[in-house]
Design a protein around this ligand. Sequence first.
Ligand SMILES: Nc1ncnc2c1ncn2[C@@H]1O[C@H](COP(=O)(O)OP(=O)(O)OP(=O)(O)O)[C@@H](O)[C@H]1O
Length: 367
Amino acid sequence: MFFSSKISGLSEADINQLKAYIGELLGLENHSDLTLSQNTEKTCLVRLPFVADSIWTSVAEKASEFVQHTFAHSIRFEREYNVPIFEAKQNHVKNVKNIIAVASGKGGVGKSASALNLAIALQLEGARVGILDADIYGPSIPIMLGTQNQRPESPDNKIMQPIVAHGLASNSIGYLVQNDHASIWRGPMASKALSQLLKETAWPMLDYLIVDMPPGTGDIQLTMCQQLPLTAAVVVTTPQDIALSDAAKGIAMFEKLAVPVLGIIENMSYFECGNCHHKTAIFSEKGALGLSEKYALPLLAQVPLNPIIREYADSGKSLLHEQVQHDISVIYRQCAIDLSRQLCESVKLSAMASKLAGSIQVTQLDA
Ligand SMILES: Nc1ncnc2c1ncn2[C@@H]1O[C@H](COP(=O)(O)OP(=O)(O)OP(=O)(O)O)[C@@H](O)[C@H]1O
């Protein structure tokens, strides 16, 4: 490798101790995923397999204090992200390292808003991110990005240029067909269109491509999921029973397809009164927590019901860019860090699982 793993003034045992300390600060289960190398005389470069800009400054400061205190040495820490590719399904789409489906069993739970805010949060945390709107029943990403009047250009009539907004490269069924046309497509037609949209877009280099899936777990959704070289999925639900039972079907669908589910996002978890700050659980309480316990999946975020989410989404503006300190921005940013870390920890598991299962399963899925 280009990097020397030696750091002047520290022994190998010191470096291991330091790695374990930084790994713990970052919430990484396995600190061997980190690489430390001497950058300049006084700086050490930490290569992280997941993005975490909002916690990095504090991690770097604590790591410097640790080195000073433990080894009487002075080092500053810098970071570089190196998001891994899921081993079993790499190179399916040019330039795209990982494809993550955002799905919901039930319609109207805020899947598209969650997909977009998550994509923006990942980008703000330091990742290169794209969003693909595959929701044939109501492609709302162009409105939420404020790009509904744009059309992807295709100078060679073969490959489309993605539309870039809020730092995200995007493409959507909504840019190409009228809303009511796509919603009557049958499974094969919808999945063919999705596959084309995915493969015939000139994506820039992306760590994550977030796919906003159509709601539901029927044949169309299943076929569409099979058509995508998915790395993983996230399931969005509201806390009430009817949404939860549909979310469980979504989890089961991904299990059937051997796509790891990284976790659950509970949307519209509660409403907080702007005056007295009392929280009301409008759609019931702790619903997604029970689901996450039942399926042993992380509860990645509990996003409140708040008109500001709809206002920003309707006007095509980015809440996370414009209101950086807002509680909701902080929730999504933390969710992005957790998802990114969860992906890098479950990537290995999945790769291992698919190796054990052999190549037959993967071939069938891709057929
Ligand atoms: N937490 C929230 N608080 C307030 N409004 C929200 C919240 N989440 C989503 N919304 C709004 O609710 C509406 C529906 O959200 P969205 O389009 O994301 O749902 P969906 O699950 O993708 O719907 P569909 O099933 O049609 O694909 C949008 O106007 C969105 O801005």
